[in-house]
Design a protein. Structure first.
Length: 281
């Protein structure tokens, strides 16, 4: 069953608040099947393989192109769209790991903050299981961050917003399996530990309009999911022919090496590693 499109009011609220949720996009039987596929190969979707896994698994390549997801993103970003990245975020039951308040995209080196993350729940994402929390309306500017290196912080350097965060305004993004949320790349967000008896598994897909480009570094790639790419700022990515096909694995390896080189070089130029590549909670 196709998801209904966002209303004009929904789109206006997204631009005002920096997020919109929940949106039902995948039926319960479908999300159960997707979750089973993920669990069957979860041990291989780790580390580097959890960066753009849609280049390694045809069922994820299909998911990032799913019209029920892309239709919603189009209403926010326009008709010509690229999938710039994707990633799973899983917290086992009882996991003490948390994500401090931060902004994504601060060091991504893109020409525009017109980036939307579609966060699709594979399992219940609740307050008890450590769902994402956001501060509405905080997506309009970049703020300073500091590195804490806190032991249970799931971010690479324990990155944390270095300005006051009004926790009284925080909103829990509660999602049922098969529902998604849309988030602006700069919204303040974080998450608490998973205190439930169930794992919390989500799949984050980051979309950009084709007009967006990298400002510096080696040329990168992206997947055309809707419309036409009239700009050519990114190399367009192929669809894998089978799970972990050797050709796909080799291609994916080159792509991730290139991304990490850009991240490292950018961090060196800024004197430290920032929150680039960190999760949407």
């Amino acid at each position: 069953m196709a998801a209904a499109g966002l209303s004009e009011e929904d789109v206006a609220r997204y631009h005002e608040r920096g997020y919109h949720a929940p949106i039902r996009v995948v039926s319960p039987p479908e999300i159960d099947a997707l979750c089973a596929r993920y669990c069957a190969c979860a041990t291989t979707i780790t580390g580097r393989n959890n960066q753009k896994p849609h280049l390694l698994f045809p069922w994820l390549a299909e998911l990032v192109r799913d019209a029920r997801i892309v239709d919603q993103v189009e209403q926010v970003l326009g008709p010509d769209l690229l999938c710039w990245s994707s990633q799973f975020f899983a917290k086992p039951a009882g996991d003490p790991g948390y994500v401090s308040w931060h902004q994504d995209g601060t060091y991504w080196g893109l020409s525009s903050p017109d980036v939307v993350t579609a966060w699709l729940a594979f399992t219940p994402s609740t307050s008890a299981s450590g769902c994402m929390r956001v501060i509405p309306g905080t997506h309009r500017e970049i703020v300073p961050h500091s590195d804490t290196f806190a032991p249970d912080n799931l971010l690479s350097r324990g990155q944390e917003i270095a300005v006051d965060v009004d926790l009284g305004r925080a909103v829990d993004i509660v999602l049922e399996p098969g529902q998604m949320s849309l988030h602006h790349v700069l919204i303040f967000h974080g998450s608490e530990p998973n205190r439930s008896r169930l794992p919390r598994i989500g799949f984050a897909i980051r979309y950009v309009p084709t007009r967006v480009r990298k400002l510096a570094g080696l040329r990168e790639s992206a997947t055309l999911v809707r419309g036409t790419d009239r700009f050519g700022h990114f190399d367009l990515e192929p669809v894998p022919s089978a799970d972990l096909h050797p050709d796909a694995v080799a291609y994916h390896g080159r792509i991730i090496d290139q991304q990490l080189r850009n991240l490292y070089d950018g961090a060196q130029q800024r004197g430290r590693l920032g929150p680039a590549g960190t999760p949407m909670a």
